[in-house]
Design a binder for this molecule. Structure first.
Ligand code: NAI
Length: 697
């Protein structure tokens, strides 16, 4: 039973005990109800205190039960709260540390609440695309007023208990406890033991003049802010109902909205991402208690685009960094850009000047490898050239202390070959950051064939410390993200050849929700990067078909924003993408050269060819064991490639469409003579799941 019962004189104490956060799983709910029955049956008990063991009152639903029959098995939370409200003896919630979601709803079902300062109070359901489902939207406005309650419910953000306690007229907390909150709650319970009738939150009246105007304002603002997500507006409707409807009707309405949201693709996507985030940090053959290596000092080689951003991550986390370059000018330039970045944050009020000084104070620079030797981790971010990497890693092998982790930020080169330049391949790992490295959340952690488990575990933990979303990738050309994006880009190229314009493709993808379409993205990142990679890649694999349009563009010197010309025209210094006559003429000529008569292509076809290209390649990546699970691929695309959150990542999107439908569409694409029929053969995993009527997740 995940709740304990103890009689402290004439007060019974029910303690939720379901680590880590006393999630309200089936056993816990049962334990609470049994405790209540015992207290009510005992004539010596005059009042009841409910609290949580360890570091929370309760964090809400038990996420381990999500989707299982236990999650809704009786007694469900609504029944537990109903039993509380029917109790003939007063129940006092002793709230400390965390009362979130169902935890807060449970406390609101008690007759009284005593809180410790510093407790995090929240109804975060909106973050997984839902509204509170056990009376939160009906009871919170009754104790905090409509505005505060709505702010909390729409944002899902936690508020400290003492702040709420200071709100004029609040009825959430009857008392704030300075010392032990359970002792204080017991004392309070004794004080109230004989007071009748027992107060219930449901009986409180909400007084709010001008409610209609306020809710109209709330609908407008919330609607504008939550374009792709239905839940925030439903929060507004539910809270509005708390004013307009009788309590029981409001509860029914909340239930209806909750159940409706539960089946939306948006909520499914958010719940998927919630679980995927947690899953990504787990590695099947690396136990969670693997001893970690200590990382007190980091070295970065190369102060270019990536090196500077990478270094900033560690400085931000208070870890000293030493940067090495070939020339002093390169160091000066690199550190100058870092400083500018920080200064921009100070200007925006996001960083204090003394923090800037502190962070830059943790940075040192050098031209000599000897100055790196005491670093615990070194990250190489030099030119993407195997010869240069070879020279760097051979030197590192000579100078770095035993046990130091040697990481490469390479985005396309074979990590196992890089590791083989050293006599310690077990200490070599890939840390593939995304540009700008100080901003982008994604870190692909590349596990080489010989990478030691403790090296992998250490880098995963360190990644978390510098606030990255870490996803493990095996060694393959482009790792997870860029290997997939190649197929996406290839499709985008074919679409141009068949008659689409760059702006049509970009618009379709942006309407789907991508932060940027493929061509605007190319112009931002620099089209020459892909050109360089294609020269290498397609020389190695000459039989792969791809569209030469991007090469033709680069031959015109149109590298993107940096040359004020790419797929679009740019006014120097501005980022607005202006459709280009030169590019459209170039495309028309290229189509004529290929003998293709342009056709009208629908936005649907554009979206599905591009996204299913990601999905099919993603399935191969899972099949080959390069990614541990399909949800890892979703995390890569959500945090590194601007894939829309409300779609939950490409693999989740495919699940939503249905894998059978995905493979049917792929058959149609394969029949297109201008596409690559071979590519559209479904990956074995995808084909198997589609036939079995299953999904990736
Ligand atoms: P970059 O050209 O901006 O910077 C490379 C820096 O390394 C230059 O400052 C250069 O002086 C220095 N360098 C070159 N050889 C060196 C050596 N032997 N010793 C010390 N310093 C040396 O290049 P960028 O874009 O920063 O790329 C670096 C690495 O990061 C590459 O492996 C690239 O594939 C990878 N990468 C790049 C991304 C991007 O978006 N630019 C994204 C993810 C990874």
């Amino acid at each position: 039973m995940s709740a304990t019962y103890e009689a402290r004189g004439d007060v019974a104490v029910i303690t939720l005990n379901n680590p880590p956060v006393n999630g309200l799983g089936y056993e816990t709910r049962l334990g609470i109800v049994n405790g209540l029955d015992q207290a009510l049956a005992d004539p010596a008990v005059k009042a009841i205190v409910v609290t949580g063991a360890g570091k929370a009152f309760s964090g809400g639903a038990d996420i381990r039960e999500f989707g299982s029959p236990k999650a809704i098995a009786e007694p469900n939370l609504l029944s537990v709260i109903a039993a509380f409200e029917a109790s003939t003896k007063p129940i006092v919630a002793a709230v400390h540390s965390v009362a979130m979601g169902g935890g807060l709803e449970l406390a609101l079902g008690c007759h009284y609440r005593v809180a410790a300062p510093g407790a995090q109070i929240a109804l975060p359901e909106v973050k997984i695309g839902l509204i509170p489902g056990a009376g939160g939207t009906q009871r919170l406005p009754r104790v905090l007023g409509v505005e505060t309650a709505l702010n909390m419910i729409v944002s899902g953000e936690p508020v400290k208990s003492e702040l709420l306690a200071r709100q004029p007229g609040q009825k959430l907390f009857d008392k704030m406890a300075e010392g032990d909150v359970v002792d204080a709650a017991i004392a309070y319970a004794r004080e109230k033991a004989d007071v009748r009738p027992l107060p219930l939150v449901r009986d409180l009246k909400i007084v709010y003049p001008n409610a209609d105007a306020y809710f109209q304002f709330a609908r407008n603002t919330v609607g504008a802010m939550s374009r792709n997500f239905p839940a925030p507006l439903k929060c507004v409707e539910a809270v509005a109902a708390s004013m307009k409807m009788k309590f029981d009707d409001g509860m029914k309405y909340e239930r209806e909205l909750f159940m409706g949201l539960m089946v939306t693709p948006e909520s499914k996507a958010l719940r998927h991402v919630f679980m995927a985030e947690r899953a990504a940090s787990k590695i099947a053959d690396v136990p969670a208690d693997t001893p970690l290596r200590e990382i007190a000092k980091v070295a970065v080689i190369g102060a270019g685009t990536m090196g500077g951003g990478i270094a900033m991550n560690f400085l931000n986390a208070g870890i000293p960094v030493v940067m090495l370059e070939m020339k002093q000018e390169a160091l000066d330039k690199g550190t100058g850009i870092m400083r500018k970045n920080y200064e921009a944050q100070v200007k925006k009020g996001k960083l204090k000047q003394d923090k800037l000084d502190e962070r830059m104070g943790l940075l040192s620079t050098t031209l000599k490898y000897d100055d790196l030797k005491d670093a615990d981790l070194v990250i190489e971010a030099v030119f993407e050239d195997m010869g240069v990497k070879e020279q760097v890693f051979k030197t590192l092998d000579e100078v770095m202390k035993p046990g130091a982790i040697l990481a490469s930020n390479t985005s396309t080169l074979d990590l196992d070959r890089i590791a083989a330049f050293t006599k310690r391949p077990e200490d070599v790992i890939g840390m593939h950051f995304f540009s700008p490295a100080n901003v982008m959340k994604l870190l692909e952690v590349v596990r080489g064939r010989k990478t030691a488990k403790d090296v992998l575990a250490t880098v995963m933990a360190l990644g978390k410390k510098i606030r990255k979303t870490c996803v493990v990738s095996g060694v393959t050309d482009g790792f997870i993200g860029n290997r997939m994006i190649e197929q996406y880009s290839r499709q985008a190229g074919f679409l141009l050849e068949e008659g689409a314009s760059p702006e049509q493709v970009d618009k379709a993808m942006e309407k789907f929700g991508m932060a940027m379409g493929p061509f605007r993205m190319g112009d931002l990142a620099g089209n020459d990067v892909g050109w360089y990679i294609r020269k290498r890649r397609y020389v190695e694999k000459p039989d792969i078909r791809y569209s030469k349009t991007a090469d033709l563009l680069c031959e015109l010197g149109r590298f993107g924003q940096k040359t004020s010309a790419g797929w679009y025209d740019y006014v120097p210094g501005k980022r607005d993408a202006i459709p280009s006559k030169i590019v459209n003429d170039m495309l028309a000529k290229h189509r004529a050269d290929l003998g293709i008569t342009p056709r009208k292509i629908s936005d649907d076809e554009i979206v599905h060819r591009l996204v299913y290209a990601l999905v099919n390649e993603g399935a191969k990546i899972v099949d080959e064991g390069i990614a541990q699970r399909a949800s890892d691929i979703d995390m890569v695309y959500l945090t590194g490639y601007g894939f829309p959150l409300h779609r939950g990542g490409p693999m989740n999107y495919a699940d939503t469409v249905g894998l059978f439908n995905v493979t049917q569409a792929m058959k149609r694409f394969a029949a297109n003579p201008h596409d690559d029929a071979g590519f559209w053969k479904p990956a074995p995993l995808l084909a198997k799941l589609a036939v079995e009527g299953k999904s990736f997740n």
